[in-house]
Design a protein around this ligand. Structure first.
Ligand code: ATP
Ligand code: MG
Length: 729
């Protein structure tokens, strides 16, 4: 197995070896980014199979997201190519829970139907609810309307779905739902009604994403036979990215391993970015309560990134109060400084990156990371135009079918013919003229092949003020046809009144204005440089196709475009973090809550930023801009912090043990202008006093995980990191 390690170019360090060798019992591996957590899990699986002769089918590797499940699967394949695909079960906790639920329902003969997952804010226009009757948000929208009597806003919808996920994932019983804070009026009642609704179907129980977990867990609780069958299925269970595991998910895992207790849990509390969905990193800190005989190992040596990046990231994450204090360090060399780029205008961002990476051969080693999916369309547009291949994991599917896009296209269609009443009807409330429903009805039946505007003027009894507007609209639509598409979109949003109409809609229905206007802005970006409206329509189709096919580019030599959330666990030579402005990261909501004393969302945004930074091996660039869509923007406070850290006095994030065991230099603090030039004091610690024999003894203990003491007898290592070893005798 040692040879195997050499073959694949990974030589495990002492703690990693411990984690691989200690296969039986519970083990928690708490470690920094890039310290080899996932590598260790994979090697442990390999060790179980190759050395301990465990059948691959008896190993279950669980992770939180589909992306990390795939990442693990790929790494296993890379390290152990001789095994058939899928011989080890790598899966998400949701798919495991779903299996359990399915088996349970099959036995009990319960018919069920899955409700479609979440859709993003702003997705559904008014009056479309009958198209997608079984969408969670549509059901909630209806319930809200019935109970509260008004339309739910996008922000409220976000808050409501988060609330629901939260109570479910935290296993909060219905009697206590009212105690969970939620700013949406009647949230608790809506949730009760939602639950009733899902159970009231004539033939089928409706199940959403959170229900799978709750029911999967209940199935194990209630059905002994089912529980035993799952417990017997796997002898070894491993979970990666466990900082994102919620209470109900932990409960499932706990039951799964209860019989043998062979559980390996790998996590980094600093990378917990799903708190809003009730992830429970605290559970890890109380791990011993759940698994009293558990061993806890820690790793803080980063093998991924340059020392420059590791040092700054390590100091950056310390701005959070609520964390396990640890110091990430590395033996890697320093490399070029983090690039902090403040562009004058948002419009230059995508082009800037495209230029920077145009000459790079290894595009698969490049990633562009953003917080909001909405950022991806403009990037994709520029990359596609220049011909840079890209891989987009979770492209913004909603963009191309969004009603705002459809509206703009309908405005453009009107430029070609203003004789189709039904076409004008689709936008008449969003166009100058204030044409009423009644007026529309008056001309709809006419088959005189005249302009709708002429018909409105002649047959719809327009008010005096309308006459001029209708004449203007008619003229503008006719001019539109000759305009290049970018100019046409400007005329649509300005002269034809579309932007004002969107603003009115936002006020009335609570849509998020920035989101809708953002879509129009993106359309303007896409239209840049095109000559005709046909070209524009064709370009949209092409882009949509490019986005869809980009998912197949995973194995190709392509740039990765990804949200920060989905990039967790991955690594790239070069990372560009974009849109680093206030309002995006941290979001307005993070700031608002922070100002009101709730620091949790702000700290989560810090961790998200940290996850982004620690994806980079050698080259990290942070990008912001001063103007977006004509308005001033402000650089993200996190980016400013990094700038400050980079330009300010250096404090090496040194390994506490580095002065001794690893024999590496301890960096002296560089003299800061304001600092007194004191002589560097050589720290004397007990660790520094070890003689060669003691050192060797220590190394042996690290290697074998056990020790013999003259007085206490045989002991077992229960906690190990670079600086300390705890032994239980
Ligand atoms: P993250 O927290 O981002 O998920 P991680 O802790 O899972 O990171 P890995 O992805 O397993 O870290 O490893 C990071 C990089 O370090 C990989 O390129 C891996 O090959 C390398 N690596 C891990 N352990 C060692 C080691 N002992 N020697 C050399 N390289 C190593
Ligand atoms: Mg990992």
């Amino acid at each position: 197995f040692v040879r195997k390690q050499e073959e694949i170019g990974v030589s495990l360090n002492a703690v990693q070896k411990q984690a691989v060798l200690r296969t039986d019992g519970a083990l928690l591996l708490l470690a920094s980014p890039g310290s080899g957590k996932t590598t260790t899990i994979i090697m442990r699986i390999g060790y179980l199979i190759e050395v301990k002769d465990v059948s691959p089918a008896r190993v279950k590797a669980i992770t939180f997201s589909r992306a990390s499940a795939n990442d693990m699967k790929e790494r296993f394949k890379r390290f152990f190519p001789d095994y058939p695909d899928d011989c080890v079960a790598f899966s998400t906790i949701h798919s495991l829970a779903f299996e359990m639920m399915r088996d349970y329902f099959r036995k009990k003969r319960v018919a069920y139907r899955l409700i479609e997952g979440d859709i993003a804010p702003g997705e559904v226009g008014s009056g479309e609810s009958d198209k997608l009757p079984l969408h969670k948000k549509l059901i909630l929208r209806e319930l809200y309307h019935r109970i509260v009597g008004s339309l739910i806003t996008d922000d409220q919808m976000d808050e409501l779905t988060t609330y629901i996920s939260f109570v479910k994932n935290k296993l909060i019983p219905p009697q206590q739902w009212s105690q969970v804070k939620c700013d949406v009026p009647e949230a608790e009642r809506i949730l009760h009604e939602y639950e009733t609704f899902k159970r009231s179907g004539a033939d089928k129980l409706l199940i959403d994403y959170d229900d799978m977990l709750v029911i999967g867990n209940e199935a194990l609780e209630r059905d002994r036979e089912l529980l035993t069958s799952y417990q017997r299925r796997y002898d070894y269970v491993l979970t990666d990215e466990s900082q994102d595991t919620s209470l109900v998910q932990h409960a499932i895992v706990e039951k799964l391993v209860r019989a043998h207790g062979n559980l390996c849990v790998v996590a980094d509390d600093d990378q917990s970015i799903y708190g809003w969905r009730a992830a429970e990193p605290q559970y890890l800190l109380d791990f011993k309560r759940h698994y009293p005989r558990a061993a806890i190992l820690k790793m803080t040596q980063n093998y991924r990134s340059s020392r420059t990046i590791v040092d700054i990231a390590n100091r950056f994450i310390k701005r959070n109060q609520n964390r396990y204090d640890k110091n990430m360090f590395t033996a890697n060399r320093s490399d070029r400084p983090i690039v902090l780029k403040s562009l004058s205008d948002y419009r230059f961002q995508a082009k800037y990156i495209a230029e920077k990476i145009a000459g790079i051969e290894q595009l698969r080693e490049v990633a562009v990371l953003y917080r909001n999916n909405a950022s991806s369309i403009s990037l994709m547009n520029v990359f596609d135009r220049i011909g840079i291949p890209f891989y987009m994991k979770d492209g913004d599917n909603r963009f191309f079918s969004h009603w705002v896009v459809e509206d703009v296209l309908n405005f453009m269609r009107m430029a070609y013919t203003d004789k189709r009443a039904e076409l004008f009807e689709s936008i008449h409330t969003k166009c100058i003229g204030y044409v009423t429903k009644l007026q529309m009805a008056a001309i709809k039946g006419l088959a005189n092949n005249e302009s709708v505007f002429d018909n409105l003027l002649r047959f719809a009894e327009p008010q005096e003020y309308q006459r001029k507007l209708l004449q203007d609209a008619k003229d503008t639509f006719r001019q539109l046809r000759a305009m290049p598409p970018q100019q046409a979109i400007r005329a649509i949003r300005g002269k034809l009144g579309y932007e004002k109409a969107l603003e009115r809609l936002c006020e009335r229905l609570g849509f998020r204005k920035e989101y809708l206007i953002g879509i129009v802005n993106t359309l303007e970006d896409i239209a840049e440089g095109l000559d005709t409206l046909e070209q524009f329509a064709a370009r949209l189709k092409d882009l949509e196709a490019a986005m869809r096919s980009s998912r197949r580019n995973k194995t190709e030599n392509a740039v990765t475009l990804s949200t920060l959330h989905s990039a967790k666990g991955l690594e790239f030579e070069r990372v560009y973090m974009i849109d680093l402005i206030e309002g995006v990261i941290p979001s307005n909501d993070d700031v608002k809550k922070f100002d009101n004393g709730d620091t949790a969302p702000m700290e989560e945004a810090v961790r998200l930023f940290y996850v982004g930074m620690t994806r980079a091996k050698s080259h990290l660039e942070l990008l912001s801009y001063r103007i977006r869509d004509g308005g001033q923007t402000k650089e993200s406070r996190f980016m400013s912090h990094v700038r400050h850290l980079q330009s300010g006095p250096r404090q090496a994030a040194a390994n506490p043990a580095s002065a001794t065991a690893a024999g590496r230099e301890v960096r002296k603090p560089a003299a800061a202008p304001e600092a007194k030039r004191a002589k560097p004091v050589k720290k004397k610690t007990a660790k520094a006093e070890l003689n060669p024999e003691e050192k060797q003894l220590l190394a042996r203990i690290r290697e074998t995980g056990s020790a013999h003491h003259l007085k206490f007898g045989q002991g077992e290592v229960v906690h190990l990191d670079e600086a300390t070893i705890h032994i239980r005798f």
